[in-house]
Every structure is written in C-alpha cells, then in structure tokens.
Design a protein around this ligand. Structure first.
Ligand code: ZN
Length: 134
C-alpha cells in the first residue's frame, strides 16, 4: 500500500466549473490583455467556483508567472488559471513545469477570450474536460 494515496483526494475529482466563474476569468483575461492574468482556482465538491487573487501576483508578458513562494496553504485551492495574450492555450514548458509541481486542474485562456477560448489540463499536462455548469 502506498504511503499516500492521492487518488482519494477530493481535489483530484474536480470536473466542473461554474459559468459565472468562467465568465469572470474571461473578463479578467480580456482586461489584462496584452499582459497575462493569473489566479488560483478554488473548488467545492468538484466544482470550480471561485478565483483567488494573491497579493504579489505578477501580470507580465512571460509564462508561468506564479512563484512557488506565493502558493497558498488552502485546501480549497485546486490549481491555477492564467491567460495567454495569443490565440493559443497550449502550455509552454514553464507552464507544464508549474502544472507538475502544483495543483490538479489548470486552465489556460487565449485571445479573443470568448466563452470557448480556454483549455483545462491535469497536473500531468493532459487535456481534461471541465463541464460548465450553472
Ligand atoms: Zn502559459
């Protein structure tokens, strides 16, 4: 038996996002353009419901703008969201490195930040499906 079994962690079971949270993400991505917007994602019972903006969050023109020192000790935080000021939500190498180190669910948005301009990834960098719910 493994020492830690993370598959039973409720944070590994996130599979939905609230429509209004997604809308907020898109609006923030749009208004940050051409800089990146970044925040942490909070979930409850498998549904991403809230963004957590940290003091010191950098919005700049480079990827993986999260610093390890700002990672929260907060068990409702399931991952990250950041925007790309381009038309692709493909993760960069730095993004993949961040995904591997922290979190279960990661969202990348891309221009023009319409409601379908995003992709979600697992900690391994695989594309995962998040259902948009009301
Ligand atoms: Zn990125």
């Amino acid at each position: 038996m493994p020492l830690f079994d993370f598959s039973n962690d409720p944070r590994a079971k996130v599979d939905r996002i609230r429509r209004r949270t997604l809308k907020m993400i898109m609006e923030a991505s749009k208004s940050s353009f051409p800089s990146e917007f970044a925040a942490f994602l909070r979930a409850e019972e498998g549904v991403i419901k809230e963004l957590m903006l940290l003091p010191g969050t950098v919005s700049g023109n480079s990827h993986a703008i999260f610093r390890m020192s700002m990672l929260p000790i907060d068990f409702t935080v399931v991952g990250t969201i950041h925007s790309h000021p381009s038309d692709t939500s493909l993760p960069s190498d730095a993004d993949l490195d961040l995904f591997r180190r922290y979190g279960w669910v990661h969202i990348i948005t891309h221009a023009p930040y319409e409601m379908d301009c995003w992709t979600s990834y697992s900690g391994r960098g695989d594309i995962i499906e998040l259902k948009v719910v009301d």
